[in-house]
Each structure stands twice: as C-alpha cells, then as structure tokens.
Design a protein around this ligand. Structure first.
Ligand code: SAH
Length: 219
C-alpha cells in the first residue's frame, strides 16, 4: 500500500473522530476498514484525477456525476451493518467504487445506474478487477430491483427529497436502508431506516451530506 493510500485510511478515521457524536460510533467495523484497504480506489477515478484518488473528497467521474468521498463510503457501508451472507442493493453505481467496497464484505451486490455509459464502464471495471459478485443494471433506481428482493441492505448514493417506497418495500425485515434525503443542490441528511419485525420503520437522520440528484430520466 502506498503512503497516500495509508493516509486516506487515516483520514477516514480522523473524520469519524470529528463526527462520532452525530453518527453514533467511535470506530468503523474492522471489516469495513479492511474492505476500504482492499479496493484500489485509483482504478475507479478518471486518469485525469488519479493523483487525487486517495484524497478524502469526492471526484468527478464524467456525465456530471461524482465518486463519493472515502469517509462517506466507509460510513454508508458501516451503517448497513453488512455480513458475509448479506445481499445488498445499491442505487447509483457511478464508478462502481461503493459496490466494490460492499462486494469485499457481502455475498452479492446488485447495483442500478441510470446513465448507460456509467453502468457499462462500471460493469467492465468491476469485471476486470475480479468482482464476480456485483451485478450492474441500467435502469431507474426509484423502482429498486424487485427480482432479487428482499435485500438485507439498500444504499442510495444520490439525493432524493422522498425515499422511494419501492426501496422500503424491498427491504428484508431487520434490513437497513441508507439514503441522503433532501433537495438536490441543497444540503441533505444522511438517513438510516431500519425495518422492524412488525413491518414498521425506524428512521434516524445522522449527518448533513451533499450528493448529486437521484434523477428519473434514463440516459
Ligand atoms: N456510488 C457511486 C457514486 C455515485 S454518484 C460510486 O461509488 O462511484 C450517484 C450516481 O447515481 C450517479 O452515477 C448517477 O448517474 C446515479 N443516479 C442518479 N439517479 C439515478 C436513478 N434514478 N437510478 C439509478 N442511478 C441513478
């Protein structure tokens, strides 16, 4: 591991120390940090930005989209409480980085991307890196991916003012949904939603975040 990569992992832990009160934890699950350490982040950013691949910030990936900040990827992964036998749905494949981090931990990742070119590029990148347990689909994530439901965890990596009901419906009892809720262009709240045994949901807003919008138009 390069010094820059090691520094990225330290930056993630430092930022957690600064936000531990909001997010309600002082350390990430060691499996989450091991996954972050295992995924070659530089392979998910455009060549023009490779020197910044290990900076703790978001980066452009084309088509007006971004790869999320490493700390946010770690946080969202940890909030899902992923296990080795989990099946997880991601809405917003983007570069495929978040999907790869999840794929290091869980049995299967299904990921939906609304921009065809990004879906195709992520599919090729993940295959080239040997992630056989990620399946990418070009579709509107508002509908989730009903064929493989229910999911142990669902992560939405684009901002929406209203949590799509299909996603809550496709969550297993005891499952967790992590989604930035708020208007695009504004600050959103990272929301953790848990589905209880009786089918009701518990919801908690954890941290202000800034994501690109969850759009409806297939591109
Ligand atoms: N998880 C990504 C970051 C994605 S940025 C990564 O690790 O790189 C958000 C992504 O959500 C963008 O690629 C955007 O095109 C996609 N997106 C926006 N609206 C969507 C929708 N309705 N369904 C699926 N993907 C969507």
């Amino acid at each position: 591991m390069t010094a820059e990569f090691a520094a990225m992992l330290r930056d993630i832990e430092d930022e957690l120390a600064c936000t531990s009160r909001e997010v309600g934890k002082t350390a990430f699950d060691p499996r989450v940090m091991a996954a972050l350490a295992a995924v070659p982040r530089e392979r998910f950013v455009p060549l023009s930005h490779r020197t910044l691949a290990f900076a703790n910030g978001p980066l452009p990936i084309g088509h007006g989209q971004t790869i999320s900040q490493p700390y946010i990827v770690a946080l969202m992964t940890d909030l899902l409480a992923p296990r080795a036998d989990s099946v997880v749905l991601e809405i917003g494949t983007g570069s495929g980085y978040q999907a790869a981090v999840l794929a290091e931990i869980v049995r299967q990742v299904y990921s939906v991307e609304v921009v065809a070119a990004l879906a195709e590029a992520a599919r090729e990148r993940l295959a080239a890196l040997g992630y056989a347990n990620v399946t990418v689909r070009h579709a509107d994530g508002h509908d989730g991916w009903p064929e493989h439901a229910p999911y142990d965890g669902i992560v939405v990596t684009a901002a929406t003012p209203d949590v799509p009901p299909a996603l809550v419906a496709q969550l297993r009892t005891g499952g967790r949904l992590v989604v930035p809720v708020g208007f695009p262009g504004d600050i959103q709240q990272l929301r953790l939603i848990e589905k209880r045994e009786d089918g009701s949901v518990a919801s908690r807003d954890l941290l202000p975040v800034a994501f690109v919008p969850l759009t409806r138009a297939l591109r």
